[in-house]
Ligand binder design. Structure first.
Ligand SMILES: NC(=O)c1ccc[n+]([C@@H]2O[C@H](COP(=O)([O-])OP(=O)(O)OC[C@H]3O[C@@H](n4cnc5c(N)ncnc54)[C@H](OP(=O)(O)O)[C@@H]3O)[C@@H](O)[C@H]2O)c1
Length: 380
């Protein structure tokens, strides 16, 4: 790379002050020298996932969003309620780059990474809300011919999570799955994956339109938590599938306990009474925090149960590079089918900092994921 200045661009930063103010801005970032195993990616498409919003906005009160700066270099501030400041103590006064994953052309490469030059790659290098991003070649997935940066923008987190759920099921001796917030992008992906692989899946949603969306996509077991018959329907779906493992994206409230109790109801049906309940293990992994309120457990499900956290990056580290590569290869092969993501709107880096746009993507509503296209809509 001879003329580095051609590759300098803007990068988004998120900072929380000790006084409890969230600050977002775009910072000019000069291109730096690449190490031999690094590439420079022109970021053309990067999704705003719920996990990105956690870092981007922290626990800010979005009714206090205030726009500032200039049209080309907007800034955004918001108030962090005092009671929630302790939860972000570790990041106070540190400007953070944001954006877990994304895709774009490789425009420069270190000596050992020249094979990727000119290719469209997906990467989860972090800091993807930027015009350019340096990534390790080993962290890049070269997209097959004909697959665009937009197709590959969400190639890592949700696809590998869906595959990770199925792997976890097999490795931990379960034979079917329960999934909550199941009409999410990830939920729709998991539904396609389970249909393709012949795995029984119980989809838990919170309204009828979400239930219909999944049924239209071929889901056999969909239960709606807003219905009075919810618990009965859940028990019947668990009975029909034999599911003893759930992945819960909601986290807060009583849903995890209701799932464990419903599994226990099925397992103890027709069995002689045992005050410790069924000996079969029931497991819920809380892998998202869509409801940030406390998880409420009434422990009405015997003694053979577990609840834990689950993170895709730690799961991939645990299974090792060979198995992780196997999952990545499957994602690459099925990126526009099983693992396709959909977006409601494409926005620039500048638009990301518009208060109205922030409020829209912060809703995390079904079918309303936003795609940022930093270098496709290059700001002046
Ligand atoms: N642990 C990990 O490694 C990992 C990896 C990937 C994803 N995730 C998690 O997976 C979840 C889904 O991600 P995504 O990208 O697929 O999201 P998404 O497409 O933005 O969809 C979010 C879904 O959650 C629903 N929802 C929002 N708040 C809810 C609440 N309080 N109760 C019930 N449903 C609620 C929305 O339904 P409405 O329209 O009804 O609001 C929508 O269907 C997120 O929680 C994300 O953090 C975790």
């Amino acid at each position: 790379m001879n003329d580095r200045t051609e590759f300098s661009g803007l990068e988004l930063r998120s900072l929380i002050t000790p006084e409890g103010e969230l600050r977002l801005w775009l910072e000019e970032a000069p291109a730096r020298e690449l190490a031999a195993d690094e590439v420079l990616v022109r970021v053309e498409a990067t999704p705003i996932n719920p996990s990105d919003q956690g870092l981007l906005l922290g626990p800010a009160d979005l009714s206090t969003l205030r726009a500032g700066g200039t049209p080309e270099r907007p800034t955004l501030t918001a108030t962090i309620p005092e009671a929630r400041l302790a939860s972000v103590a570790g990041r106070i006064d540190t400007p953070l780059p944001v954006g877990n994953e994304g895709a774009g052309h490789v425009v420069a490469a270190g000596a050992e990474a020249t094979a990727l030059l000119g290719r469209i790659v997906a990467t989860r290098a972090g800091g993807m809300y930027a015009h350019y991003r340096v990534a390790k070649a080993a962290e890049c997935l070269a997209l097959p011919d004909g697959v665009t940066a937009k197709d590959g923008a969400s190639a890592f987190i949700n696809p590998l999570t869906a595959l990770g759920m199925v792997e976890t099921m097999r490795r931990e001796g379960h034979s079917a799955l329960i999934h909550t917030a199941a009409a999410s992008n990830l939920g729709q992906m998991l539904n396609r994956l389970c249909l393709a692989d012949g795995i029984a899946l119980v989809n838990v949603v919170r309204n009828e339109s979400q239930a219909e969306l999944l049924r239209q996509a071929g889901a056999a077991h969909v239960v709606d938590s807003s219905q009075p018959r919810f618990v009965d329907d859940l028990v019947e779906a668990i009975s029909a599938t034999g599911a003893t493992l759930a992945f819960d994206a909601i986290g807060g409230g009583t849903l995890a306990a209701t799932i464990l109790k419903s599994i226990e109801t099925v397992l103890s049906r027709g069995a002689a009474f045992d005050r410790y309940g069924s000996a079969v293990n029931k497991q819920v992994y809380i892998y998202g925090g869509l409801d940030p309120s406390p998880t409420v457990l009434d422990r009405s499900f015997g003694m053979a149960w577990g609840i834990g956290g689950w993170l895709v990056t730690w799961f991939l580290a645990k299974i090792g590079p060979q198995d992780a590569a196997r999952l990545r290869d499957r994602v690459a092969a099925e990126l526009t089918t099983t693992f396709a993501s959909t977006y409601t709107a494409e926005i620039s880096l500048v638009e990301m900092l518009s208060p109205d746009v922030v409020r829209a993507y912060a809703k995390r509503a079904t079918g309303e994921k936003y795609l940022v296209t930093p270098s496709a809509m290059r700001e002046p």
